[in-house]
Ligand binder design. Sequence first.
Ligand code: PLP
Length: 430
Amino acid sequence: MTARYEQSAALYERALARIVGGVNSPARSFKSVGGGPPVFMMRGQGPYLYDADGNRYIDYIGAFGAGMFGHGHPEIAAAIARAAERGTIYGTPNPWEVELAERIHAALPSMERVRFVTTGTEAVMSAVRVARAFTGRPKIIKMEGCYHGHSDFALIAAGSGPSQLGTPDSAGVTEGVARDVITVPYNDLRSLEEALDAWGPQVAAVLLEPIVGNFGVAHPRPGYLDGVRRLAHQHGALLIFDEIITGFRVAYGGAQTLLGVEPDLTTLGKIIGGGLPLAAYGGRAEIMDWVAPLGPAYQAGTLAGNPLSMQAALAALEVLARPGVYEQLEADAAYLADGLVASARRHGHAVQLGRAGSMFTLFFCDEPVVDYRTAQRSDPERFAAMFRGLLDRGIALAPSRFEAWMLSVQHTRADLEETLQIADEVFAEM
Ligand SMILES: Cc1ncc(COP(=O)(O)O)c(C=O)c1O
């Protein structure tokens, strides 16, 4: 540990005694990049984070996708300050939740009715419950390497083949839960078909990230999402798109409007809160009307739809709805990602790029990444070397080869140029 990270190291020592593993989410740990203290950040401003030792970083962690606005965005910060003065929680309906539901419907027309919840985990868990209630069926098919939060069913790994049920991927998840989950490879319609042939009448829903963010960024093959939709519906199952990363990231209307495939249910999170805890699930009215108090599927939340998150969200969507925002993000991300690929290759590193709008992953491998199996070929050691080299020079990435670089509306061309120059030094040294 160098003097550069002295305060972070001291905080980590204290954290280890009282916070499990020293972190409040395992994805923040540096376990997969060689271990040691993670960097403790104390301040964010625009595209920058500042750590407890006063070091500045250009932030590409982007709070794992939530940080679309950079830090302390003036309009969002002002909306939060105004809202805080009027009271942060009422425990009653409020006008802002109505407006937000309307704006979400305008952006993603498939979300005819929504419910606001607090985390992505809760959104997916609730969407799955409604799908089960509506269809009267127990099983869920999901895709290998897609992440849907940490509720029990979401932590079931693949069985040995598409017609096999899954096995718990975490201690504390029961075999009983695993009996209701089947996991098939992403981008593989044949495996999905086989799973539906084996279990069809019991399958409530097929759940996936329409564009993947969780084994690095990977695109659906042409026709894949249409095929998933057709197969699900042929077997009487619902289609759930988990757009917790892609919603308002790859396009204002998410992957579903970008790619023109309409799911029955959608989950949103991360970006929609404008930096505050907020997620949502929703979809066709006839399905969502199964939720209490209209229907028998129970779902509730003390913090749900709180006026603080709602007003932050409205300010955030206002920023994103402006003309040219996504075009600028697209151009900036292409500039940065293509520059990184060229620089890595110039220094003899085999890399593959997965990019969707303002999020992208550099995979250290020879073959394009199309599913979890191909993503795993990305060399962990080379990723760790890049990660450390960048961190030591003031560029912060999420500490995993399966995460994405996230751009915000506050990154400037000067930040991107600085990043490319530093990355070139790092690639030369690796
Ligand atoms: C696609 C997707 N779904 C669900 C979740 C879970 O969201 P949360 O961490 O807010 O519970 C995540 C979080 O990374 C995610 O990326």
